[in-house]
Ligand binder design. Structure first.
Ligand code: NAP
Length: 248
């Protein structure tokens, strides 16, 4: 069954990892998919071909999620190409880990700009269109670290916790217009981002996962399909973990 048939979705930061998984799962479920990336042009071209091969439209746009100007251009291009925006997944994110003692102001600001300001940018730039449609689903990819904190990730945890407060406020502001906003908190998902984590650290994380395996991008994408679909029209302002039970 195609759960997103006839819908148009935007996924930020989709050339690899979780974003790529979400873009492909959306396409398999019948959605036209626009996506952004910062630098991986070749990966973007190959994702475009994979999405189109699934029989839906694809639109890959190079854009820095942390820039409002560039985000406005993405929203305008998407409306011009697809005529509507039904689902927005704020997925683009980075880490710049360091113990607080050694963390530079630049490392702090860069992570907040990319992970949190980006969510403000996309929401602000798209909300006029969603209000006009009187429908839409914002899905913001946070992290369990935004709930628990993590040594060496004060910048990242602050950005991910910030997304939660932001999303709940958006959910309250826009609910009366039929627009929903929810947060997805992945746990330990096998992607390039987690490849950078030291083996010892990975072992420690996995010891705390009751389901005893790392997650996959598809595990996260399946929840996003649900939150973007009409199966979740009574769900807004929620924070849902996809973490094998790590945080409960
Ligand atoms: P990833 O493998 O590092 O991929 C990140 C994607 O975001 C890439 O496509 C990258 O494109 C894009 N990107 C980075 N900065 C961008 C920017 N400023 N503007 C536009 N695109 C940008 O990361 P991931 O593991 O899939 O994580 C995706 C999201 O899930 C992130 O928000 C992350 O914090 C969250 N998350 C991940 C995990 C995990 O275990 N992996 C756990 C919890 C939460 P370019 O290469 O072109 O820059």
């Amino acid at each position: 069954m195609q759960l997103l048939s006839g819908k148009s979705a935007l996924v930020t930061g989709a050339t690899r990892g979780i974003g790529r998984g979400i873009a492909l799962e959306f396409a398999k479920n019948g959605a036209n998919v626009a996506f952004t990336y910062r630098s991986s042009g070749e990966a973007a071209d190959s994702l475009t071909r994979e999405i189109e091969a699934l029989g839906v439209k694809a639109l890959g746009i190079q854009s820095d999620a942390g820039s409002m100007e560039s985000t406005e251009a993405v929203i305008n291009a998407m409306v011009a190409a697809f005529g509507a925006i039904d689902i927005i997944v704020n997925n683009a994110g980075i880490t710049k880990d360091n113990l607080l003692m050694r963390m530079s102001e630049e490392q702090f600001n860069e992570v907040i700009q990319t992970n949190l300001n980006s969510v403000f940018n996309t929401t602000k730039a798209s909300m006029r269109q969603l209000l006009k449609q009187r429908s839409g689903s914002y899905i913001n990819i946070s992290s369990v670290v935004g709930l628990t904190g993590n040594a060496g990730q004060a910048n990242y945890a602050a950005s991910k916790a910030g997304m939660i407060g932001f999303t709940k406020s958006v959910a309250k502001e826009l609910a009366s217009r039929g627009i929903r906003a929810n947060v997805v908190c992945p746990g330990f998902i096998a992607t390039e981002m987690t490849e950078a984590v030291a083996e010892e650290e990975v072992k420690k994380w996995l010891e705390n996962v009751p389901l005893k395996r790392p997650g996959t991008p598809k595990d996260v994408a399946d929840l996003c399909v649900f939150l973007g679909s009409d199966l979740s029209t009574y769900i807004t302002g929620q924070v849902i973990n996809v973490d094998g039970g790590m945080v409960m």
